[in-house]
Design a protein around this ligand. Structure first.
Ligand SMILES: Nc1ncnc2c1ncn2[C@@H]1O[C@H](COP(=O)(O)OP(=O)(O)OP(=O)(O)O)[C@@H](O)[C@H]1O
Length: 255
């Protein structure tokens, strides 16, 4: 395990931000000169104190908002986005929910059903295709949301605290699930979390953002072999190191 303070990242990547700043109309400078990259096939976790601009950054990469300054490149020109809430359409069956992005991509009606079932099989939920979302547990709903996100067929996956609302056991299972899907599909992932252990469990790298304004202050390379467990001593040790750095940053703000 090594910790390096980042400077600019120059290599082309699946996601690349150069000098990205975001000032909201009210005047808040949410991000200030952020440089970061996600390499193809890499899993990068973004952590930082509340309000440091993590969601702002993901929204910019997703193209939901525009930066005030700087450049953002995303492989294939677009990324798929998954949120904390599964946000499934309650009036549609599970399979139909997964079909929505396929429809938007112009996949024919005949093809859609088969593709949706394949995607549900990827998250091991093929047999619930004809149920309604309310019939599923929270963890199952989030797996359906993952299948629906995969249906966007983008090489880059943006995840904004996707497991924050789940209990510890379910979250643990979802870590395994996501890791498997990421490796199978060779996705590039930018994953926001408040949970430092989760970041060490999943990430190839952890990028730490400072608050007000949001800037990259440190980067941690996680080189523990996979699959990792949340309670691995080496995971706990690195999580401790990241948390200490985070606390230092929070103290800097309150003092
Ligand atoms: N639409 C907006 N208009 C004005 N200010 C905003 C807007 N969205 C976010 N902000 C401000 O920008 C800063 C960064 O917010 P952002 O939600 O990106 O942080 P975050 O790190 O994701 O926070 P949290 O961890 O609490 O979700 C905060 O000071 C927030 O109040």
């Amino acid at each position: 395990m090594t910790a390096v303070t980042t400077g600019t990242t120059t290599k082309a990547g699946a996601v690349r931000l150069r000098g990205v700043s975001k000032r909201y109309p009210g005047g808040t400078l949410a991000l200030d000169g952020v440089d970061l990259s996600v390499q193809p096939g890499e899993f990068v976790c973004l952590v930082g104190a509340s309000g440091c601009g993590k969601s702002t950054l993901l929204n910019l990469v997703a193209g939901l908002d525009a930066p005030t300054a700087g450049e953002i490149d995303v492989e294939g020109g677009r990324a798929a986005f998954m949120f904390q809430e599964p946000a499934l359409f309650p009036w549609l069956k599970v399979g139909q929910n997964v079909e929505v992005p396929l429809k938007l991509r112009g996949v024919s009606r005949a093809e859609r059903r088969a593709q949706a079932l394949d995607l549900l099989a990827t998250v091991r939920l093929r047999d619930v295709a004809d149920k309604r979302p309310h019939e599923l547990s929270g963890g199952m709903r989030q797996r359906v949301a993952l299948a629906r996100t995969l249906a966007q067929d983008a090489p880059v996956l943006l995840m904004d605290e996707p497991f924050a609302a789940l209990d510890a056991m379910t979250r643990d299972a979802l870590h395994d699930e996501l890791e498997r899907v990421w490796l199978e599909r060779k996705l590039s992932v930018l994953f926001v979390t408040h949970n430092v252990r989760e970041a060490v469990r999943l990430g190839d790298r952890i990028i730490l953002l400072a608050s007000r304004p949001g800037r990259v202050i440190q980067e941690f390379v996680v080189d523990q072999p996979r699959p990792r467990r949340l309670d691995d001593p080496s995971v706990a040790a690195l999580a401790g190191e990241v948390t200490d750095r985070l606390k230092e940053e929070v103290r800097r703000h309150v003092s």
